[in-house]
Design a protein around this ligand. Structure first.
Ligand code: PHB
Length: 359
């Protein structure tokens, strides 16, 4: 009988259980946005998860949109990530890096040389960027020229090469949560009139080009993708999400990716307020392995895996606060609660100091 504790192959990545650590931004990178020893310790503590998905990790300097997010574009960053992957592997775990470009969700203060952030179209997000000097209103981004697209794809390929050099078991292309690739996918942020805008096929073109190129670099059995069809996070929406994402997911089938990772729901809204979306339709259309995420507990996750609605479940808040979540689930033990005041600040506090079950 398949349950959360059953092993699973995601392409070339062999998981000892189906409890995945979701990607979580923690803003603890060091000088030069280099991964630190403290980050290696944080991930090592969580190595009993079947697979760790790292925090979102920018592929190039222009891909940054928050302070102290670790990149994977400089040699120093690759060296830092080598320590992270080694500590997780030494503890028997598997780890994939989430490759990120924030697009318009940035600010000149976070951009090299103070340039404007880029996006599919010059549409300013509502809200404020978090910068090193406090919160500032988002600016109107610069629309990417079509001639810049190949360079952008190359940045993903270089980051994928760096990920393999750093010893990751795989990588996840972040195409959700209102960041650059999602800005191309969804109609509220993509107003382009060229081959990368308009029809669903055109809006999905950049994502599919990135995935093709990254699979050629790292092997499709090590590449996954994250989508979040109805999140409104980062001021984004689609006119016809069901139609858009059914077509996108169908287009993924021939790529033989390691996995598809879907964030369900609508930003931080309670379940009752989620934009309606039929995830089981995506499950039917998609032929590969599916990870679902958002608001699962042990019972609902077990049910989702047993019933075949998902192959694995990703946990964010619970994994953050419970490094030994797998053991706690096994024993039916009580769970630590996340310290929400220290998600993005506090160095080791609220990061590597959550207690393990006593032996
Ligand atoms: C964040 O830094 O707030 C953040 C980053 C990546 C996500 C979601 C949230 O996918």
């Amino acid at each position: 009988m398949t349950d959360l504790f059953s092993s699973l192959s995601l392409g070339e990545i062999r998981l000892s259980n189906r409890i995945v650590m979701s990607s979580l931004t923690r803003n603890r990178a060091g000088e030069g946005n280099v991964p630190t020893d403290l980050m290696a310790e944080y991930y090592r503590q969580r190595a009993t998860a079947g697979l760790i998905l790292t925090e979102a990790t920018p592929i190039c300097p222009e891909g940054h949109g928050y302070p102290r997010t670790p990149g994977i574009h400089s040699p120093e960053q690759v060296e830092g990530w080598k320590k992270v992957t080694k500590s997780v592997h030494d503890a028997g775990g598997k780890i994939a890096v989430q490759l990120w470009h924030v697009g318009r969700i940035s600010h000149p203060e976070l951009q090299p040389g103070g340039i404007l952030p880029v996006a599919p179209s010059a549409v300013r997000p509502s809200g404020q960027a978090v910068t090193y000097t406090g919160m500032h209103d988002y600016v109107t981004p610069r629309a990417l020229e079509i001639s810049e697209i190949p360079g952008l794809v190359s940045a993903y390929v270089r980051a994928a090469g760096n990920a393999m050099e750093a010893g990751f078991d795989g990588l996840e292309i972040h195409a959700g949560n209102g960041y650059l690739l999602d800005q191309f996918l969804r109609s509220s942020t993509n107003r382009r009139m060229d081959a990368y805008g308009g029809s669903i096929e055109n809006r999905a073109r950049l994502l599919l080009e990135v995935l093709d190129a990254v699979c050629a670099e790292a092997g499709s059995g090590r590449v996954g993708v994250r989508l979040s069809p109805v999140t409104t996070f980062n001021d984004i929406a689609d006119e016809h999400p069901q139609e858009t994402f059914e077509q996108v997911v169908d287009a993924l089938n021939p790529m033989n990716l390691a996995f598809l990772d879907i964030l369900q729901g609508t930003g931080g809204a309670p379940k009752e307020e989620w934009v309606p979306f039929d995830y089981e339709r995506l499950r039917d259309i998609y032929k590969g392995k599916l990870i679902l995420n958002n608001g699962y507990d042990f019972a609902s996750a077990t049910q989702a895996v047993k019933s075949g609605k998902a192959d694995a479940i990703a946990f964010g808040r619970m994994m953050l606060a419970n490094p030994d979540l797998v053991e706690r689930f096994k024993k039916g033990a009580a769970l630590n609660q996340p310290d929400y005041g220290r998600l993005y600040v506090g160095e080791e506090k609220g990061y590597t100091d959550y207690p393990f079950l006593q032996a």
